[in-house]
Design a protein around this ligand. Structure first.
Ligand code: FAD
Ligand code: DHB
Length: 398
């Protein structure tokens, strides 16, 4: 079996890439180890940058997103019970974000790929890559077992590893050729979904005396909230009563504001770390999305970065197949990494600003207070937050 581009992983990076390539007449096969049903049901991120919304709209995938998604034109920072609104639209010349769950984006992408006969293989196993450094005369090969357990060989011009943090693509690369830089945080997030009306028209990023809390939403009936927890916690450590008591305490205002409560039907603990693996190209293998980089979730950049990698790579592959020119393939990694590092900077800053670090000394706490104080008083500081939150350009001019 052969194709032009073999894509490992049907997450946001893999599916956006496959769909963009299809639009340019470039064939791909997507190999995914999970079932289609599992992909459609996995709860993860929820905030789309303006550029992501525009891209999905241009791809013809905007119908449900614009009907069911919620455009947010600002957000609220609540520190010590006092609110400061960040006006995205006013501070960025009209840009905003869309609250629309990652699995809804994936459903739209899966439906679009399947409607045009896209070759997506679910429930595959034992994926291995070989020949990634080969020239065009001897192409790389991806071996895997299909859903029935049969061994399959797929020869491709290029392989793209979009297989997330636990994927196999990176293991095809000589470890000496990979540079990994990372940071772990001394806390995690407990994420919940509950059946209740929205508590707020906009997201609330709150820092209370004992930690961070975030009020987000999914619809008029379903709300998403997060709270800072110990990194080793499991959902079983958090009874519903403990969750609501913690949210009420961290979100309390001086005029008695309280979140709307309702039955909790999903609880997950999300780890917090930052990681970048370079370079993003190894011969005929490219890495995209979480396979190459991870950000802590504060600021909601992970999903958006995965999609911007896919967009850059689709443009580079299109140039190659149209003109035989490899220049954009050569610059894919360096171009993507400039944006990735800006998102790392922003996510780390938001995380540091809005969490209680158990090991922080008095000096670090005072600096955090000063940073928050500056942000609540300076229009320039608010503009910096707003322009990063709604999303920076995908490629030059920056
Ligand atoms: P993924 O979405 O991870 O997709 C990779 C795909 O590859 C998966 O479908 C996987 O099954 C498949 N795969 C893996 N290994 C193999 C293999 N060997 N063979 C074949 N297929 C394979 N980001 C935010 O911005 N805000 C959030 O609130 C947020 N919450 C998160 C909560 C959780 C629990 C997690 C795990 C992540 C969260 N993220 C969040 C991060 C965001 O969801 C990711 O950045 C985003 O999914 C990255 O997309 P991706 O396509 O690179 O990788
Ligand atoms: C959501 C997730 C985030 O990481 C964030 O910063 C804001 C909202 C969400 O899942 O709704």
């Amino acid at each position: 079996m052969r194709t032009q581009v073999a894509i490992i992983g049907a997450g946001p990076a893999g599916l956006v890439l496959s769909q963009l390539l299809d639009g340019q007449g470039i064939e791909s096969v997507v190999l995914e180890c999970r079932s289609q049903e599992a992909i459609r049901a996995t709860i993860r991120a929820g905030v789309l940058e303006q550029g992501t919304v525009d891209l999905l709209t241009d791809m013809g995938l905007g119908k449900r997103m614009h009907n069911e998604g919620l455009r947010h034109e600002g957000t609220v920072l609540r520190v010590g019970g006092v609110d400061r609104r960040i006006d995205f639209v006013g501070l960025t010349g009209g840009r905003a974000v869309m609250v629309y769950a990652q699995h809804e984006v994936l459903k739209d992408l899966l439906d679009a790929r399947l409607a045009t006969g896209g070759d997506l293989r679910f429930n595959v196993s034992d994926v291995t890559l070989s020949g990634i450094t080969s020239d065009m005369a001897s192409r790389p090969v991806v071996r895997f077992r299909d859903a029935s357990g049969a061994a399959v060989s797929l020869r491709a011009d290029f392989v793209v590893g979009c297989d997330g943090t636990q994927g196999v693509s990176r293991s095809a690369v000589d470890p000496q050729a990979l540079q990994t830089v990372e940071r772990h945080y001394p806390f995690g997030w407990l994420g919940i979904l509950c059946k209740a009306p929205p508590s707020s028209d906009e997201l609330i990023y709150a820092l209370g005396a004992d930690g961070f809390a975030l009020v987000s939403t999914r619809s008029c009936e379903v709300q998403r909230m997060y709270l800072q927890c110990d990194p080793g916690d499991t959902p079983d450590d958090w009874s519903d009563d403990r969750i609501w008591a913690t949210l009420r305490a961290r979100l309390a205002t001086h005029d008695g504001w309280q979140p709307n409560e309702g039955p909790i039907f999903d609880k997950t603990v999300v780890g917090m770390r930052s990681r970048v693996i370079e370079p993003m190209r190894h011969g005929r293998l490219f890495l995209a999305g979480d396979a190459a980089h991870v950000v802590p979730p504060t600021g909601a950049k992970g999903l958006n970065l995965a999609i911007s990698d896919a967009r850059l790579l689709a443009r580079a592959l299109t140039r190659f197949y149209r003109d035989g020119n490899e220049d954009l393939l050569d610059t894919y990694g360096p171009t993507a990494l400039r944006r990735i590092w800006r998102a790392q900077r922003f996510s780390t800053w938001m995380t540091t600003l809005l969490h209680r670090f158990p090991d922080a000394d008095a000096y670090a706490r005072k600096l955090q207070d000063a940073d928050l104080d500056y942000l609540t008083r300076s229009r320039a500081a608010c503009t910096t937050l707003a322009e990063n939150y709604v999303g920076l350009p995908v490629a030059p001019p920056w």
